[in-house]
Design a binder for this molecule. Structure first.
Ligand code: BTN
Length: 255
């Protein structure tokens, strides 16, 4: 209703009762940009860094979209897509559900429950040919005893004023369309469409002390001071060096 419209980004919206993973389904199906696939339940939901994504049926939003940036956006900038999706989702949730949503770099969605930051959503972007499948998972109505892990949260626990999944999905897709179209129009330059600025403003990791696990067992501890033009998190270490870490590295916030 209204989302799939002529000239708009979203070309189809399918809802399935149950599947393994909407990311896997969309990545394997080929086809046009703008396909949206929503599942009421996933039996093999996947997260970043080979993690799993589990949630009770109908307790949240589990969906994927296919984006095909095209030759106007150099492939080196496609890495911004998951960060863009994070900004778009956080903005939409703050607006539509009245819940302050922050980003833990690179794209965990955090809400505050009983004074503590809890992960209430995540984003998994995967390259499929000349497309990128962006999957978004959000805990919406979960009660405390339904959380997959104790450190998780949900919009309900954060006091959201809207818990109907339909309006939330619409708000997220609208916001995603807006951000994506302006990013593409800017040739993928994150500064040109104010994405880097919006990301920086919404990122709860900045200003915090973090520990990064780098390849080869190396560890890096420092203050997160910036997100650079490639979407990497820049750490300032105690010896005054600034080092960027990439999305493949595991970052922990230190107390
Ligand atoms: C993460 O936090 O590491 C990312 C989680 C992404 C979960 C969503 S749910 C819809 C889509 N399908 C999947 O299998 N994963 C993403």
């Amino acid at each position: 209703r209204g989302l799939v419209r002529p000239g708009g980004l979203w070309t189809s919206l399918d809802v399935v009762q149950r599947t393994g993973s909407t990311n896997t389904d969309l990545a394997g199906s080929g086809g046009d940009e703008g396909a949206v696939l929503v599942a009421e339940e996933q039996s093999a939901g996947r997260g970043r860094l080979d993690r799993t994504w589990t949630a009770p049926p109908r307790s949240g939003l589990f969906f994927s979209v296919r984006l095909t940036p095209g030759p106007g956006v150099p492939a080196g900038r496609w890495g911004w897509l998951p960060l863009l999706a994070g900004v778009a989702t956080a903005t939409a949730l703050s607006r539509a559900a009245g819940v302050d949503t922050a980003l833990k770099w690179p794209n965990d969605l955090l809400v505050t429950v009983d004074g503590a930051e809890r992960k209430t959503g995540g984003i998994l972007a995967e390259r499929a040919g000349d497309s990128v499948v962006v999957g978004i998972g959000l805990n919406v109505s979960l009660r405390a005893d339904e959380l997959p892990v104790p450190a998780a949260g949900s919009l309900a626990l954060a006091g959201a004023k809207v818990l109907d999944r339909d309006p939330l999905l619409r708000a997220v897709l609208r916001s995603l369309e807006e951000w994506y179209e302006s990013w593409r129009a800017a040739g993928g330059d994150p500064a040109g469409c104010r994405l880097q600025e919006a990301y920086t403003a919404g990122c709860a990791t900045l200003g915090r002390s973090v520990r990064a696990e780098l390849p080869g067992g190396r560890e890096l501890v420092g203050e997160a001071v910036a997100v650079d033009g490639d979407g990497r998190l820049v750490l300032a270490t105690a010896d005054g060096v600034q080092e960027p870490v990439g999305a493949g590295d595991i970052v922990h916030l230190r107390p």
